[in-house]
Design a protein around this ligand. Structure first.
Ligand code: NAD
Length: 385
């Protein structure tokens, strides 16, 4: 089986789908691993750190001609066009935003698995790239807030007087939000958090933060995700949040609803009510923003409030985000790169492997996006109709 890793081409993407530590493990599976020259540069991984038998190549035909292509973002249509019929792509795809990519995958007859579709079941936890990357984003968001505030986060008792701890409000307590809470707590801030899934209260409190409730708003949906709020619920939520935002030094928003634009939670009026010099870090930026003033990848100054809308935060933590992502891919690969039959007596290092997709496996069935010229994920198919 040949497995290849291209150099990412999306602007601002510094991550890579393979790191030396994971490449070594893959090589032990007796697969043929090729890495595009310079692929690791953005993550500070020089080509030389990939050791034999891993090959570095500057031939893109060779990379995209592999049986399995591993990437962070789906390659462009031209590159996908170089893939073999029946070859496998494993990457983030975000089909609803990338119809051309899906068309190219179908035209080429590529079997693609979208990392954002991996089900959130216990057996798939080690492959859950949404979680690994969201952890990186939540951590970094807390640091961005701390760094841009002209205030201390912790309480200080000094000869020059006592400084009160800063207040951080985290909106959305999923994977990214919980990591933002934990990081802000470690830095000594007083942390408040809010989520429409009231089940998150316990998790928030276990991190030492206070959970805020919006009376009458409870929006749990299937699979542990949130549903969109009704207009009435939105109003209640905003009233409660406006009060608490006025009291916060930093607000970090992470709210998301799968397959939908980021919920618009924070209005201009709510920002107007914030304290002078406070900051808002909007992790919903890539989905259009949780705040109506957010501009993706720009710093907006509104009065004396600063709003950051970084669209690819894991890329700011490229070394570890890549390492975690590569490990997620390695775990996923184990499902489709399997031992050939009749090798029970062989030593593990001598066993040969083949590519085989077991469509009865829930993880594979649910994360498949395209197969044999068709879009096989129902939600993606509907979104693209
Ligand atoms: P996400 O990125 O889809 O959303 C982030 C958070 O925003 C969620 O907690 C959501 O409830 C919240 N949100 C949505 N609309 C909101 C609004 N209007 N106001 C405030 N908050 C709002 O979520 P995620 O971080 O990917 O996690 C989703 C769920 O998946 C969680 O229940 C998590 O525990 C679960 N999960 C399970 C596993 C597993 O079992 N393997 C792994 C990871 C996550």
């Amino acid at each position: 089986v040949t497995i290849a890793v291209p150099k990412e081409t999306a602007s601002g993407e510094t991550r890579v789908a393979m790191v030396p530590k994971v490449a070594d493990k893959l090589a032990k599976l007796n697969v043929d691993l090729k890495i595009a020259k310079g692929a690791g540069e953005g993550s500070r991984i020089p080509d030389e750190s990939f050791k034999e038998p891993v090959q570095i190549t500057d031939n893109t035909d060779d990379v995209f001609g592999a049986d399995v292509v591993l990437a962070v973002n789906a390659p462009d249509a031209q590159a996908i066009g170089k893939m073999k019929k029946g070859a496998v792509l494993i990457s983030f795809v975000q089909a609803h935003n990338n119809p051309d990519t899906v068309k190219a995958l179908n035209d080429a007859g590529v079997t693609s698995f979208a990392m954002e579709l991996v089900p959130r079941i216990t057996r798939a936890q080690s492959m859950d790239a949404l979680s690994s990357q969201a952890s990186a984003a939540g951590y970094k968001a807390a640091l961005m807030a701390a760094n841009s505030l002209e205030r201390f986060l912790p309480m200080l008792t000094t000869a020059a007087g006592t400084i009160r701890p800063a207040k951080v409000l985290v909106i959305g307590a999923g994977v990214a939000g919980l990591q933002a809470i934990a990081t802000s707590k470690r830095l000594g801030a007083k942390v408040f958090a809010y989520d429409v899934r009231t089940d998150t209260k316990e998790q928030v409190e276990s991190l030492g933060a206070d959970f805020l409730m919006a009376e009458g708003v409870k929006a749990e949906a299937e699979g542990g995700y949130a549903r969109e709020l009704t207009d009435e619920e939105k109003k209640k939520q905003q009233q409660m949040l406006e009060k608490n935002m006025a009291d916060a030094d930093a607000v970090i928003t992470t709210a998301a609803v799968p397959g939908k634009p980021a919920p618009k939670i924070i209005s201009k009026a709510m920002v107007d009510a914030m304290k002078p010099g406070s900051v808002l870090i909007d992790l919903g930026a890539s989905g259009g923003g949780n705040c109506e003033l957010t501009q993706p990848d720009e710093v907006v100054t509104h009065g004396s409030v600063t709003i950051y809308g970084p669209s690819n935060v894991p890329a700011l933590l490229a070394e570890h985000a890549s390492e975690m992502y590569a490990q997620n891919l390695f775990n996923f690969l184990q499902l489709i790169v399997v031992e050939e039959e009749g090798q029970d007596d062989a030593k593990p290092a001598d066993k040969t492997r083949k590519l085989e997709i077991n469509w009865d496996d829930e993880i594979l069935a649910k994360s498949a996006l395209t197969h044999d010229g068709e879009t096989v994920n129902e939600a993606a198919k509907k979104a693209l109709e």
